[in-house]
Design a protein around this ligand. Structure first.
Ligand SMILES: NC(=O)c1ccc[n+]([C@@H]2O[C@H](COP(=O)([O-])OP(=O)(O)OC[C@H]3O[C@@H](n4cnc5c(N)ncnc54)[C@H](OP(=O)(O)O)[C@@H]3O)[C@@H](O)[C@H]2O)c1
Length: 366
């Protein structure tokens, strides 16, 4: 059974006809491949609550860039002396249920499923979160609360990039309690998180502004009315241009953007953030935040009555609302491209290096 992996180049010696590719990123050489491997046998881990899923398509998120380096280093470190390590990668997937335990009632064999990353606590009372760091692995074992059915209308490809992005976007927008009329800024506009929030905000009667390191590339969003204005990173640094002021900011990279955006916040603004740019020293040199005096950031919040609101993933209701809106034709997570077969290198390049608008999906042919 074919599986997209990171592996040690020495895998070439033992896997016949393996096509290994050299993926160059962040000054590292990472060997990626489509390997033919025996599916994992979960017999020893099986319980009455288990659900066995066969992954049909998967995708990566920003967090996977750190994991890519970590898994690569592990494959290099642990291979050798007749050991050949490989690692699956990815944090979102779509799959089909292959088998269910006798206590599982909401899912049956053949159901199409995607992750439910409810956080912090799932409906079964267990700690939730991202359910797999190895989304490309073909067979995976879950419990039913970690999965949710894919609606008939949603394609396999769309489902493989939906859950994490939609659940996070719906949670962040829910926390903003928008009433209409607010000036809303989306930073790192081309991130999947911000694109999903932008899609959701289209029906909320707010003024949407964007900030992007590639602002010039996104003029089309102004033309078709999805955005009022786009700022480049340099625009945000310009202390002579402080208008418009924002009531709500949705920010996937608070360490990059808060120091630049803070002087543009209205009194009582809500600053809702879900991530850090500095997740791995391998691909982040120093950023402005290093030099910024934290006390002056705190002072901005005090003087302007700004609420800093952290967000991690979302609730099951957030995901259910996203799915209901998808079915009603009111929301979708944009898809940039779909790869399959031996097109593994292009998949990683498009995911992590190239200009894209939306999720990059890998779909298995078997
Ligand atoms: N806590 C949670 O539950 C949760 C859930 C989802 C996402 N997140 C976080 O949200 C963030 C985005 O994740 P994602 O998967 O949506 O990201 P993504 O789709 O991989 O997008 C990354 C974006 O980062 C911006 N960027 C890249 N290099 C940059 C640089 N050198 N300087 C400034 N900006 C740069 C680019 O946007 P522009 O070119 O438009 O600037 C790029 O499109 C991450 O921090 C992630 O951990 C957190």
């Amino acid at each position: 059974m074919k599986i997209v992996t990171i592996c040690n180049p020495c895998m070439q010696d033992v896997v016949k006809n393996a096509n290994l590719f050299d993926f160059r990123i962040d000054n590292a050489h990472i060997t990626v491949a489509l390997l033919d491997v025996v599916p994992t046998d979960f017999a020893s881990l099986w319980t009455d609550d288990s659900v066995l899923v066969r992954v049909k398509a998967f995708s990566c998120n920003f967090r996977d860039r750190s994991l890519l380096h970590f898994f690569n280093e592990s494959c290099i470190q642990f291979s050798g002396d007749r050991k050949y390590f490989y690692s699956p990668i990815g944090s979102e997937f779509m799959g089909e249920v292959l088998e269910v335990g006798s206590h599982v009632h909401s899912l049956k064999i053949g159901d199409r499923v995607m992750p439910n990353m409810a956080y912090p606590i799932r409906r079964d009372g267990k700690v939730g979160g991202v359910i797999s760091n190895f989304a490309s692995q073909r067979n995976q074992l879950f419990s039913e609360e970690q999965l949710i059915k894919v609606p008939d209308k949603m394609s396999d490809e769309e489902a493989a990039g939906f859950a994490l992005t939609a659940q996070t976007a719906y949670s962040m927008v829910r926390k903003a309690n928008l009433r209409g009329g607010e000036n809303v800024l989306l930073t790192a506009l081309s991130s999947n998180t911000s694109l999903a929030i932008m899609a959701l905000l289209q029906s909320r009667h707010v003024n949407i502004y964007g900030a992007s390191t590639k602002a010039a590339d996104w003029a089309e969003l102004l033309d078709n009315g999805e955005l009022k204005q786009i700022f480049s990173f340099e625009d945000l640094k310009n202390k002579h241009l402080l208008e418009p002021r924002f009531d709500v900011v949705f920010d996937p990279f608070i360490d990059l953007y808060f120091p630049e955006v803070r002087l543009r916040l209205n009194h009582g603004a809500q600053y809702i953030y879900c991530g850090l740019y500095k997740q791995n020293p391998k691909y982040v040199s120093s950023t402005k935040t290093d030099e910024t005096d934290l006390c002056s950031l705190y002072a901005t919040c005090i003087i302007r009555n700004v609420s800093l609101i952290g967000n991690c993933l979302g609730t099951t209701s957030d995901l259910e609302n996203a799915i209901a809106d998808y079915v009603a034709g009111e929301f979708s997570v944009p898809i940039d491209s779909v790869f399959s077969g031996e097109d593994v290198l292009s998949f990683f390049q498009q995911t992590f290096l190239n200009k894209r608008k939306g999720k990059v999906i890998y779909k298995y042919a078997d």
